[in-house]
Design a protein around this ligand. Structure first.
Ligand code: SAM
Length: 284
C-alpha cells in the first residue's frame, strides 16, 4: 500500500536524521541546532562523541545509544518513544547517518512502522571529496569501505575496474598504502584518482594524480581521514561482427533509403563507410 503524507503536516511521528560535521564544527547548521534544541531525545552512534558536540552548542538532551551492534534493539526503543509522541533525532559520529555509518536499519524500520523520516542536511565526506577531485561528477558510484581482507579487496576491485562512472571509496589511514597498490593493479597505473585528506580540517589536502604517481607517495605522509575518488574506465568499444552490421542495415532498410541506412550504421558502429557499404552490397 502506498504511503503518502507531508512530513511537516499532521501529528504522526517523525524521526530526524542529523548530519554532523566531518571536521569543522562551523559546518553544524543552524537548523541542526534548532531541531536538537526542540526534540526530546537524541539517539546517537556514540553518546560521548555526540555529547561533546552538543555541549559545544549548549544543548542538553537525554541520549539513546544506537550503534551497529545494537541497532535492532535500539530501533525498537526509538520507535516506541516516537509512537508515544516523543520526538527523536538520530546522529552518527560524523557526516550523514546511514552513509557507511549506522542508521539504515533504523530508517527502514521506521518506514515500515509508518513513521516519517526527515533529514537535516550538512557535511558528507564523499561529496566533499568528489566535487574537489576534478574528476567527472555527472555520474558517480559511492562504494564506501572496501573489504579489509586483501584477497577480498582485490577481488572486489576486479569487479569495479570497468565501471564507467567516477568511484568514491572511504579508507582508513593504516590501509591506504595497500589499497592504493591494489587499485593500481586493478585499474592500471595510468588511471587518475584524487585523495581528499582531512577534509574541512586545518590540514585539508587534495592529492591528484595517476595511480603510478600516488603509489610513490611516502605512506607516512598519508595520515588522518581519507576519501579516494577514482576516474571512470574508458568506455569499452563494442565490437560489431559482419552479421551484426548486416542485421542493423536490414533493420534500417525497412524504413530508410539505402544512403541513410548506411550513414546511420556508420554513425552507430564507428566503422569505415566503405566497410559498411561492402556489407550492404553483400545483402542487397
Ligand atoms: N557518515 C560519514 C559521511 O557521511 O561522510 C562517513 C563515516 S565513515 C565511518 C568514516 C570515513 O569517512 C573515514 O574513514 C573517511 O574515509 C571518511 N571521512 C570522514 N571524515 C573525513 C574527513 N574529514 N576527511 C576525509 N575523509 C573523511
Amino acid at each position: 500500500m502506498i504511503n503518502r503524507e507531508l512530513n511537516f503536516r499532521g501529528n504522526s511521528p517523525l524521526l530526524y536524521l542529523i548530519s554532523t560535521p566531518i571536521g569543522n564544527l562551523d559546518e553544524f547548521s543552524p537548523r541542526a541546532i534548532s531541531v536538537l534544541n526542540d526534540i526530546d531525545y537524541v539517539a546517537a552512534e556514540d553518546t560521548r562523541n555526540s555529547g561533546s558536540l552538543l555541549n559545544k552548542f549548549n544543548i542538553k538532551k537525554p541520549f539513546i545509544m544506537c550503534h551497529e551492534h545494537n541497532e535492532e534493539e535500539a530501533s525498537t526503543k526509538i520507535i516506541s518513544l516516537l509512537k508515544e509522541g516523543k520526538s527523536v533525532a538520530y546522529m552518527s559520529d560524523a557526516g550523514y547517518p546511514a552513509i557507511s555509518d549506522p542508521g539504515e536499519r533504523l530508517v527502514a524500520r521506521c518506514i515500515l512502522e509508518g513513521i516519517k523520516v526527515s533529514c537535516v542536511n550538512g557535511s558528507n565526506a564523499a561529496l566533499c571529496a568528489l566535487v574537489c577531485s576534478g574528476l567527472p561528477t555527472k555520474h558517480f558510484y559511492f562504494y564506501g569501505f572496501l573489504p579489509s581482507k586483501p584477497s577480498e579487496r582485490r577481488k572486489e576491485l576486479e569487479t569495479l575496474k570497468n565501471r564507467e562512472d567516477t568511484m568514491i571509496f572511504y579508507e582508513a589511514p593504516h590501509r591506504i598504502d595497500d589499497t592504493l597498490k591494489d587499485m593500481k593493479n586493478a585499474f592500471g597505473g595510468s588511471r587518475r584518482a584524487s585523495i581528499g585528506r582531512e577534509l574541512t580540517k586545518a590540514y585539508e589536502e587534495f592529492i591528484r594524480g595517476t595511480f603510478d604517481e600516488l603509489c610513490e607517495i611516502d605512506p607516512e605522509t598519508l595520515k588522518g581521514e581519507m576519501v579516494i575518488v577514482v576516474d571512470k574506465a574508458e568506455a569499452t568499444k563494442k565490437e560489431y561482427s559482419e552479421e551484426d552490421v548486416a542485421n542493423l542495415l536490414l533493420e534500417n532498410l525497412k524504413t530508410m533509403k539505402s544512403k541513410d541506412a548506411i550513414a546511420s550504421v556508420v554513425k552507430l558502429t564507428g566503422m569505415p563507410k566503405n566497410a559498411v557499404y561492402d556489407i550492404y552490397l553483400s545483402i542487397k
